[in-house]
Design a protein around this ligand. Structure first.
Ligand code: ATP
Ligand code: MG
Length: 401
């Protein structure tokens, strides 16, 4: 069938009262970014839904990309025709013919937004249904559970016919809920945490700490790939890469071995928080899940968290590792996360890190060391990359700060 339109229904946007217009506008921008490669598409929106005119673009790839955009409840491929009885009947018949097999059942469900239309909904259902039955063979009506539910939506300007609804990603449009910084490692957890934060409408910028030469270019590329993979949910992703070698070397030298992990996390958090401030974010996001490893016991979180009063969102806090890994497969980050490249934290992890560090103790150990110049230097030497899809947009390196 020659579908020429896509109808997009919004998710929770509908409950957001007066913010509705800006939500819809945001969703439209995100969809346009994700579908940037298809330049013939035209977009229209009103308060109920959005319509994309395909203008000859093939719908299949577009469909799979739309499924990943947050803020879409469902969408359908549609055929448009004029709001005239004969046109509607002809188009309905063509749509069914392209779709049915011998023995199938169908149903016509008309919705009439254009109240002046000559027939009412029941009359339309009967009229179109009869026309289809007269001109096909081996097809019967089943109003309860049809194989082909044909929906006819009559509006004043045009009529849209759709057959299948496809489920969207749900959630809220990325960027509609403010901005937060995702602490992104190369592991399984933090990309999944980023996914959930974006699902609730956060615009996410990733911060990654790397420590050359202890960590390799390939480990860095892995994180670029992960950030690029996440961009498909909102259209783009900004990644800040922080040089962390000097800070880690100073920690190794100055902090007792069983507290180096705690100090490392505290410094990462402080640096990420500075970047957040510069980028005007309001929260930090991590992939922590309670009790998963030594740094994620409640005592550890307490001692680490003490360096900032900025909200730290931990979308995975109640998830088991197996659930997280399953989700990473679903969102497409698994294959990258599983690559065996070293992370700056793992390389410097002592054989027996404190699982119950004391905040007072780490504060005491840190009080003999001036980390401030290194924190500042790290923030100044950030490399910032804008990612659209899995590609780095080289011409779009952010003109930062
Ligand atoms: P992940 O799978 O996300 O790496 P993990 O189970 O390996 O998590 P940790 O290594 O203890 O756990 O890291 C906990 C969190 O700290 C990560 O989810 C991430 O948010 C952050 N983090 C760890 N390493 C880095 C890094 N190199 N750069 C930025 N953030 C990091
Ligand atoms: Mg990790």
């Amino acid at each position: 069938m020659n579908y020429d339109h896509i109808l997009i229904r919004f998710g929770e946007i509908s409950t957001k009262g007066k913010n509705r217009r800006s939500f819809i506008e945001r969703l439209k921008q995100n969809i346009k970014l994700v579908l940037n490669d298809y330049n013939k598409l035209k977009y229209f929106s009103n308060r109920d839904r959005m319509t994309i005119t395909l203008n000859g673009e093939q719908p299949d790839a577009i469909r799979s990309q739309l499924k990943q955009v947050f803020g879409i409840q469902s969408f359908s491929l549609a055929i448009k025709c004029e709001s005239r009885l004969e046109d509607i009947k002809t188009t309905a018949l063509a749509a069914i013919r392209a779709e049915y097999q011998e023995g199938d059942t169908f149903k016509v469900a008309t919705k009439r937004a254009y109240k002046q239309f000559e027939l009412d909904t029941n009359e339309m259902n009967a009229e179109i249904g009869a026309h289809i039955l007269r001109n096909t063979e081996g097809l019967t009506v089943d109003v309860r559970n049809p194989d082909i539910p044909l929906r006819v939506e009559i509006r004043e300007e045009a009529t849209y016919l759709t057959i299948r609804d496809e489920k969207g990603a749900g959630g809220l449009p990325v960027g509609s809920a403010g901005k937060a910084m995702l602490m992104l490692s190369g592991g399984f957890d933090s990309p999944v945490a980023g996914f959930y934060a974006m699902k609730r409408g956060l615009s996410v910028e990733a911060v990654h700490f790397f420590s050359p030469p202890y960590t390799s270019e390939r480990a860095k590329q892995k994180v670029i790939d992960l950030a690029g993979g996440l961009s498909k949910f909102g259209g783009k992703m900004t990644l800040h890469i922080v040089p962390f070698t000097k800070t880690q070397e100073l920690i190794q030298k100055q902090i007792p071995e069983n507290y180096t992990m705690t100090a490392t996390r505290r410094l990462m958090l402080q640096i990420a928080d500075r970047i957040r401030e510069q980028r005007k974010g309001l929260a930090l996001i991590t992939g922590e899940s309670l009790g998963q490893v030594a740094s994620q016991t409640l005592e550890s979180m307490y001692a680490i968290n003490a360096v900032t009063s900025t909200p730290i969102l931990r979308p995975l806090i109640g998830m088991d590792k197996t659930e997280i890994i399953e989700k990473s497969r679903e969102i497409g980050t698994y294959d990258t996360s599983i690559q065996p490249f070293e992370d700056c934290c793992t390389i410097f992890t002592p054989p027996s890190p404190k699982t119950r560090p004391k905040k007072e103790k780490i504060e005491h150990f840190e009080s003999f060391v001036d980390f401030e110049p290194l924190i500042q230097e790290a923030v100044e030497q950030i490399e910032t990359i804008e990612l659209y899809g899995e590609q780095v947009a080289n011409d779009k390196f952010a003109e930062l700060f």
